[in-house]
Design a protein around this ligand. Structure first.
Ligand code: FAD
Length: 399
C-alpha cells in the first residue's frame, strides 16, 4: 500500500478546506463536543452544502450526491471535523441513502432524497426491539396487510433521535410463518402518522438521545415498502455493513486529538503543563500512534472498496472494534485532562434550566464529559464489539 496521499487527493483536500473557510459560517464552527448538533444547526449547514452541490458527499451523482469515492469522502469528513462543522444526519446520509440508491423505486427516491438534500427531513432507525438487538432477525413488530396499507403494531427501542425525526425506516415482520429472516420487510414511515408514541430514555450522559417507540395500529401505505414483501433482510444486511464502518467515526477521533493537544498545553498541574509531564505525554503519543494507524486502515478500506474486495466486510467490523475502543479511551483521557473540572463537569450539556449561561471552561468541560459518557455506548450501538468479533472470525474462515 502507498502511504503517501496522491497529488489529486492533496489538491482535493485544499479545495475542501478553501470551501469550508469560505462557506462554513463562524456561528456553526467549533460545535461543542457531545455527539449531535441541534437540528437547526444541522439543517442550516445542510442547506449551505446543498446550495453548492455538496449536499450528499456519500451518495452517487445520479441521485444528487457528489459522486466522491471513499478516499475523497474521508478527506471531506476530516476537514469538516477540523473546523468542528455540524455533522450531517447520519441516518439519512450514511444508512438510508445508500439503501435507497440500491433498493428503492424511482418514485421513492424522488420523494425522499431531495428532501434530505434540502435538510427538510430528518430520519431515525427503527430496528432494535426489546429481545431483538444482536439477534435482530428475531424482531416481532408486526405489519398486517389491509388493502393498500400495512397495519403496524409493536415496539422498537433505543431509537436514537426519534423525538426529532420526521421519518423512520422500520423493520417489521410481514410473514410470521416464514423463516426468521425471510418474513421481514423494510418500511418508510412518517413519524406524524397517528398511533406512534415516542417515550424518552435518558442516558448516563444526562441527555435525551434515545427513545422507546410504540406502534399502535399505525397505517402505512404499501407503496412505502422498500423492495419486495418479506425481502427486507437483504437491504438490512447492506445497511448494517455500512453502519459498522461509519461507527468507527474517525472524524470525531481527529477532533478529540485536536482538543487533547489544546488541553495538553493549557492545563497545568502546579506550574507544569500536561504536555510537559512524561506520563501524560507518553499516553498522548501512544494514542496519536493508534489514531494514525486507524487513519491508514480507513484509507485502506477505501482502496479495498474501490477494488470490490471480499475482505471489505471484515474490515468494516474491524474498524468498528478499533475505532470505538479508541473513542472510549480518548474521551477518558479528555476528562482526565480537565483535572478537578472533569469531576464537576457532569452536567447535562443541553440543560439550560438553571437559567445561567455556562462559563467558557464549563461549556467545554460539559461537552467533554457528555461525550465521554455517551461513548460508553459506542461498543454497543451499531452492533456490539463481541458480535463484531464473531463476524470477523466467521468471515475469515470463508476467505
Ligand atoms: C446509544 C445507543 C443508540 C442506539 N441507537 C439505535 C437506533 O437508533 N436504532 C436501533 O434500531 N437500535 C439502536 N441501538 C440498539 C443497538 O443496536 C443494540 O443495543 C445492539 O445491537 C445490542 O443489542 P441489545 O442491546 O439487545 O443487546 P443483546 O443483543 O441482548 O446483547 C447483550 C450482550 O450479549 C452479547 N452477545 C449477544 N449476542 C452475542 C453473540 N452472538 N456473540 C457474543 N456475544 C453476544 C452482546 O455483545 C452484549 O454484551 C442503540 C443502542 C445504543 C446503546
Amino acid at each position: 500500500m502507498n502511504f503517501q496521499p496522491d497529488a489529486g487527493l492533496q489538491a482535493f483536500r485544499a479545495e475542501v478546506r478553501a470551501f469550508l473557510l469560505e462557506y462554513l459560517p463562524a456561528s456553526l464552527r467549533g460545535q461543542t463536543l457531545g455527539v449531535r448538533s441541534s437540528c437547526d444547526a444541522m439543517a442550516r449547514w445542510q442547506r449551505i452544502l446543498n446550495d453548492h452541490g455538496w449536499g450528499a458527499p456519500s451518495w452517487t451523482s445520479e441521485h444528487g450526491g457528489t459522486g466522491w469515492d471513499a478516499a475523497q469522502l474521508q478527506v471531506f469528513d476530516e476537514e469538516c471535523a477540523a473546523l468542528g462543522a455540524p455533522k450531517q444526519d447520519v441516518f439519512a446520509h450514511r444508512l438510508l441513502g445508500p439503501v435507497m440508491n440500491a433498493f428503492a423505486s424511482s418514485e421513492q427516491r424522488a420523494e425522499h432524497m431531495p428532501a434530505i438534500l434540502r435538510g427538510e427531513r430528518f430520519w431515525c432507525q427503527g430496528f432494535s426491539e426489546p429481545g431483538a438487538g444482536s439477534d435482530l432477525a428475531s424482531l416481532r413488530t408486526q405489519a398486517v396487510r389491509d388493502g393498500d396499507y400495512y397495519v403496524v403494531n409493536g415496539q422498537k427501542t433505543w431509537t436514537s433521535y426519534a423525538h426529532e425525526a420526521d421519518w423512520i425506516f422500520l423493520l417489521v415482520r410481514t410473514d410470521p410463518a416464514a423463516k426468521k429472516q425471510a418474513g421481514i420487510s423494510f418500511l418508510l414511515v412518517d413519524m406524524k402518522t397517528p398511533g406512534i408514541t415516542v417515550r424518552p430514555i435518558i442516558t448516563i450522559d444526562g441527555c435525551h438521545h434515545l427513545n422507546e417507540t410504540y406502534f399502535d395500529n399505525v397505517r402505512v401505505p404499501v407503496g412505502n415498502r422498500i423492495g419486495a414483501e418479506g425481502d427486507g433482510w437483504k437491504a438490512t444486511k447492506f445497511l448494517l455493513n455500512n453502519e459498522h464502518a461509519a461507527t468507527a467515526d474517525l472524524p470525531s477521533l481527529l477532533r478529540y486529538m485536536q482538543v487533547l493537544k489544546r488541553l495538553a498545553t493549557s492545563q497545568f498541574v502546579g506550574s507544569v503543563a500536561l504536555a510537559q509531564r512524561p506520563e501524560f505525554a507518553l499516553r498522548l503519543a501512544q494514542m496519536e500512534g493508534e489514531l494514525r494507524a486507524l487513519e491508514v486502515m480507513v484509507h485502506r478500506v477505501a482502496e479495498l472498496e474501490r477494488e470490490q474486495s471480499p475482505v471489505t466486510h471484515v474490515m468494516g467490523s474491524l474498524l468498528k472494534i478499533r475505532g470505538t475502543d479508541l473513542q472510549q479511551r480518548m474521551t477518558g483521557l479528555l476528562v482526565e485532562s480537565l483535572g478537578d473540572y472533569g469531576a464537576v463537569a457532569y452536567l447535562p450539556a443541553h440543560d439550560h434550566a438553571v437559567g445561567m449561561e455556562p462559563l467558557p471552561w464549563q461549556q467545554m468541560a460539559q461537552g467533554i464529559a457528555t461525550e465521554m459518557f455517551f461513548r460508553r455506548a459506542s461498543t454497543i450501538y451499531g452492533g456490539t464489539s463481541e458480535v463484531q468479533r464473531g463476524i470477523v472470525a466467521k468471515l475469515m474462515f470463508q476467505l
